[in-house]
Design a protein around this ligand. Structure first.
Ligand SMILES: Nc1nc2c(ncn2[C@@H]2O[C@H](COP(=O)(O)OP(=O)(O)O)[C@@H](O)[C@H]2O)c(=O)[nH]1
Ligand SMILES: [Mg+2]
Length: 336
């Protein structure tokens, strides 16, 4: 029997003619349909399921990586290395460590994984120290791809892909060092990199402005891609918002694990002999800008870019390479 009766076929054509090129908005409709309720449905589903966010921190030890991540999420999600034990100190290789926590706020659950890279850039010869990081990022793509390709696959594939890589630049520098260039050049192609200036409380305001400008120039000069990338802007509105971010990176940040009293309020800050650096005060440093970018405005976008751009690139490369490989294999088996 035909799947569609001639009648319903005609109906379909008429409908598509009527709506072609046009948007039917509220006032055009005969009454309230209730499409907007989909937002509530999405909200409820997301709240029930929770979501994953995987963040990686890269930079030499002592730059305040663990402290900053803890400051970002206002909890001890990463272990501070105040007194590195002997073994850690002599570690000759970059060792990646993942720690996961579930953070819940107002009923929304986020499974946060922090991937730390102790040992990065700590050796005298830092040749190819980007390699273990690159390997880790690609391994997570591979894991996801393998799950996706399985016949009986899970309804929701566990996501271990790195959604964001915060790269810590030491505040002492005047320009990007070779290790920074080498790392960001390679990793920028496969993961969203957000460069930050670590321990920015050690710079004067002029030094900070100069250093930031210099880094932006160096990034362009070396063809390094950092997040948010221009070609991934989805519309004019997003472009405008992202332009302001692109003009102000790298954020000069300060981290802390202490609260102090300032004018009767408890604030996160670092106490020095000459005063308190307030971490969340935009007049003091750009920590708030970083937090807003990573969590309040671009968290979902970071996840989307990871899936739609970085993972997609990996998937296409991997599957075309696989197809070529298989083709070659089957060619060999062909009878001559
Ligand atoms: N001046 C200053 N010191 C910081 C800052 N963030 C962390 N520190 C200190 O730097 C040391 C190393 O911090 P840690 O987070 O363990 O660095 P990591 O090795 O990169 O994870 C600790 O003594 C921190 O208190 C900062 O923004 N400014
Ligand atoms: Mg650490």
């Amino acid at each position: 029997p035909p799947l569609l009766s001639p009648d319903s076929d005609r109906l379909k054509v008429e409908e598509s003619e009527r709506t072609e090129g046009g948007v039917l908005r509220g006032p055009d409709l005969l009454g309230y349909v209730g499409i907007e309720a989909v937002l509530d449905q999405m909200r409820r589903k997301t709240m029930k399921a929770g979501f994953e966010f995987n963040i990686m921190v890269v930079g030499q030890s002592g730059l305040g990586k663990s402290t900053l991540v803890n400051t970002l999420f206002k909890s001890k999600v990463s272990r501070k290395s105040c007194s590195p034990n002997y073994e850690e100190k002599i570690s000759k290789t970059v060792q990646l460590q993942s720690v996961s926590h579930v953070i819940e706020e107002k009923g929304v659950r986020m499974k946060l994984t922090v991937i730390d890279t102790p040992g990065f850039g700590d050796q005298i010869n830092n040749d190819r120290c980007w390699e273990p990081v690159l390997k880790h990022v690609n391994e997570q793509y591979e894991k996801y791809l393998k799950e996706e390709l399985r016949v009986n696959r899970q309804r929701k594939i566990p996501d271990t892909r790195v959604h964001c890589c915060i790269y810590f630049l030491p505040a002492s520098g005047h320009w990007l060092r070779p290790i920074d260039v080498e790392f960001m050049k390679r990793l920028g192609k496969i993961v969203s990199i957000v460069p930050v200036i670590a321990k920015a409380d050690t710079l004067t305001l002029e030094e900070r402005t100069e250093f930031k400008q210099r880094i932006r120039q160096d990034l362009v000069a070396n063809g390094i891609q950092v997040y948010p990338q221009k070609e991934n802007d989805e519309d004019a509105e997003e472009r405008l918002l992202n332009n302001t971010i692109r003009e102000s990176i790298p954020f000069a940040v300060v981290g802390t694990d202490r609260e102090h009293q300032v004018n009767g309020h408890r604030v996160l800050g670092r106490k020095t002999k000459w005063g308190i650096v307030e971490v969340e005060n935009v007049a003091h440093c750009e920590f708030a800008n970083l937090r807003d970018l990573l969590i309040r405005s671009h968290l979902e976008d970071l996840k989307q870019v990871t899936h739609d751009v970085h993972y997609e690139t990996y998937r296409v490369q991997r599957l075309t390479a696989g197809a070529v490989h298989q083709g070659a294999e089957s060619n060999k088996k062909l009878p001559k």
